[in-house]
Design a protein around this ligand. Structure first.
Ligand code: NAP
Ligand code: ZN
Length: 346
């Protein structure tokens, strides 16, 4: 076994702390990374706190992983020692079902294996990127360009693909009015992609202080949702809302901002169920949809697109010992716009 160290939550009630654990040996089809940076996703906090379901503890979170390849198995063809590489939210899937064959491993009919807080296909718990090293089968390792800042690339592995994938699926672009609901890690990437794809982008935010930053990210308009005059002015206007909100919110209020045939795309995962009155949907023949991360092929496509168009995340780098404070700030919506852990501080 490979000796690894990381930051783990021993239970939902305890702060993360240093923890030594083991990774599997590098198999014939595996790639081992030395992790250099890992993004901090709101999903990390949801899972530590058992917001969605009972987690597997100790839990080493982290699914926005970038680093250097330090070892490859005998049958690995696509990576060599020294390459930059990344790992996102999944580390395995059945690879044979119709969804996997279509490159939609996130919807694997046998269930994908999550990078942490999951069990691998032999029943062993998976541990994420708040750690110094990880071993992953080649098919789930991504190529990372040398052109971009490595630390600022890390959040593309979750926040990036989770917003890129639905915008591509619904072909959001020129001629569309896109609203980005919630300007956090996912939201700020949705703004960047929406603008890059040619949409007219409005940020819907609870934080008036984010206006200047939203405009600097490329957003064309900014609406403070608690301001009645501002929110009334955007009723019946958007073709799409991409909803990145991590907490309970009034769906009917936001649905009212969609024009005829508008689509409200849920990517945020609040702990509570969504409540929607049918009137909010049938009024303008509106739809509510959802989207989960993205498949491996599309994640590579997104990374290549970002390298070509010089798109990275806006980050605040932190020491791993400051993770508890970072979570507290994230809960208050006080992140500009993604914390990234410098794993050298582990
Ligand atoms: P984040 O950085 O904390 O951003 C969430 C933003 O939502 C906040 O910055 C805030 O923006 C807004 N917000 C928070 N509470 C709100 C409330 N009660 N009402 C309205 N707006 C509120 O989180 P993130 O990392 O981007 O993740 C967002 C959500 O996506 C999480 O639930 C996460 O688990 C989920 N997620 C889903 C997938 C997927 O595959 N679908 C993948 C990754 C993450 P303002 O200050 O602008 O209002
Ligand atoms: Zn995530």
């Amino acid at each position: 076994m490979i000796q690894a160290k990381g930051y783990a939550a021993q239970s939902p009630e305890t702060d993360l702390a240093l923890w030594d654990f083991e990774r599997r040996e590098v198999g014939a089809h595996d790639v081992q990374l030395e992790i250099q940076f890992c993004g901090v996703c709101h999903s990390d906090l949801h899972q530590i706190k058992n917001d969605w379901f009972k987690g597997i503890f100790p839990m080493v979170p982290g699914h926005e992983i970038v680093g250097k390849v330090v070892k490859v198995g005998n049958h690995v063809k696509g990576f060599k020692v020294g390459d930059l590489a990344g790992v996102g939210c999944m580390v395995d899937s059945c690879q044979v079902c119709e969804n996997c064959k279509e490159g939609l491993e996130q919807y694997c009919l046998d269930g994908n294996t999550q990078t942490y807080n999951g069990l691998d296909r032999t029943g062993v718990p998976t541990y994420g990127g708040y750690s110094n090293t990880i071993v992953v089968r080649e098919e789930f390792v991504l190529h990372i360009s040398e052109k971009l800042s490595l630390a600022a690339t890390a959040p593309l592995l979750c926040a990036g693909i989770t917003t890129y994938s639905p915008l591509r699926h619904w072909k959001v672009g020129k001629g569309h009015k896109l609203a980005v609901l919630g300007l956090g890690g996912l939201g700020h990437m949705a703004v960047k992609f929406g603008v890059a794809f040619g949409a007219e982008v409005t940020v819907l935010s609870t934080s008036p202080s984010k206006e200047a930053a939203a405009k600097a990210l490329g957003a064309h308009h900014f609406v403070v949702t608690s301001d009645k005059k501002q929110s009334d002015a955007v009723k019946n206007t958007f073709d799409f809302i991409i909803d990145t909100v991590s907490a309970e919110h009034d769906m009917d209020f936001y649905l009212g901002m969609l024009r005829v045939n508008g689509v409200h795309i849920c990517v945020g995962i609040p702990p509570e169920k969504l409540k929607i009155h049918p009137f909010a949907l049938l009024g303008n023949r509106r739809s509510v949809a959802g989207s989960g991360i993205g498949g491996i092929k599309e994640t590579q496509e997104m990374l290549d697109y970002c390298a070509e168009h010089n798109i990275v995340s806006d980050i605040e780098m932190i020491d791993i010992k400051d993770i508890t404070n970072a979570y507290a700030r994230m809960l208050k919506g006080d992140v500009r716009y993604r914390f990234v852990i410098d794993i050298a501080t582990l």
